[in-house]
Write a protein that binds this ligand. Structure first.
Ligand SMILES: [Mg+2]
Length: 339
């Protein structure tokens, strides 16, 4: 049966303003896709990152202009489909991700299997972290209260008041912390000082300590650092992975950066080949994006799939999250439905 595609922009609101080293937002506009074969519907989501590409309106224009080619793509042959998507939309990884996800979801529903099973993954997942974005120091106790059920916290640093943030957090909790600097330390000396300091603070790893274009400095930092270094802004697409050997211990894979599940799967394989630890991350996303990435969850040493639980108004229901334990269902495809 012929395929049809519906698309819309949905505004999602975070419980708290979500602030990192380079931006601050309290709502996000995401593009939701529904790909139907007349019986089954596959869902996809584009949550474009401002660091990498234009916003949702630009994505809608791209869909409108390419609708017929999109509907002629293969549901089963994901490698050919992904190559075609990259040709069609070289300027939007988030749109590639939304379409690839919708096609995978539709495929899973057609064959009656959950995607984790099709990916030869399992339902055994490590605990996911919960992100504490940058904020005024006065808001930190309230945020930590919201995070009470979650045993693992990911802290955003890279400000000129990192020490104050950490003091405010450590005044409230002794939980294990993961630290994401989001390229915030600009010199090797700053990064070494920051690392020496965080070693004392029960931190598990450092994510993207320095700007992505300072890979040589990051490799020097790695020789110095007792904490594992995890790439994020440096590990965008599959082709980035081999070049990170020596500079990082782990790779953070995100659907909205890499262009979807097909490429995420490729990055998992490349990370295993080059002996990187795998982290699966996300943007602020609904349960569509989070349920999609969770299908690959059992391949990861670290999970940071909390984008949906940071929302005040997730329109969708998918994987469960019980205090950081992500629960994958046996439902077909992504196992996602409208709330
Ligand atoms: Mg990051």
């Amino acid at each position: 049966m012929a395929l049809s595609l519906k698309w819309s922009i949905k505004r999602i609101t975070t419980k708290f303003e979500f602030k990192i080293a380079r931006s601050a937002e309290s709502y996000y506009d995401v593009v939701i896709l529904e790909l139907s074969d007349g019986i089954n519907t596959g869902y996809g989501e584009a949550a474009p990152s401002k660091r990498y590409e234009k916003g949702p309106e630009a994505i809608l224009a791209l869909i409108e202009a390419n609708k017929h080619q999109i509907l002629s793509l293969s549901v089963e042959d994901y490698e050919t489909r992904q190559a075609a998507l990259e040709n069609m939309f070289p300027q939007s990884y988030a749109l590639q991700a939304a379409l690839d996800t919708a096609f995978w979801d539709l495929h899973g529903r057609q064959v009656g299997k959950p995607l984790w099973e099709l990916f030869k993954a399992s339902q055994e997942l490590v605990t996911s972290s919960y992100t504490i974005g940058i904020s005024d120091l006065s808001v930190i106790p309230e945020k930590l209260k919201e995070a009470t059920p979650y045993p693992l916290l990911k802290i955003k640093l890279g400000t000129d008041y990192d020490h104050d943030i950490m003091r405010a957090i450590r005044a409230e909790t002794d939980k294990v912390l993961r630290v994401d600097v989001n390229e915030g330390w600009k010199t090797l000396d700053d990064a070494k000082r920051g690392t020496e300091w965080l070693v004392q603070e029960n931190v598990e790893f450092l994510e993207q300590p320095m700007p992505a274009d300072q890979l040589d400095d990051i490799a020097k930092l790695r020789e110095f650092s007792p904490l594992p270094l995890v790439a994020d802004e440096n590990s965008v697409r599959p082709e980035d992975v081999p070049g990170l050997v020596g500079a990082y211990d782990g790779i953070n894979i995100k659907l909205m950066k890499c262009g979807g599940l097909s490429n995420a799967l490729k990055m998992v394989e490349l990370s295993q080949k080059h002996q990187f630890d795998i982290m699966l991350g996300c943007m602020v996303e609904t349960s569509i994006g989070i349920s999609a990435m969770s299908q690959l969850g059992s391949f990861a040493r670290w999970l940071d799939l909390d984008g949906n639980v940071l929302l005040a108004d997730d329109p969708y229901k998918g994987v469960g999250n019980a205090a950081g334990e992500i629960i994958l269902s046996n439902k077909s495809g992504l196992g996602v439905e409208l709330r």
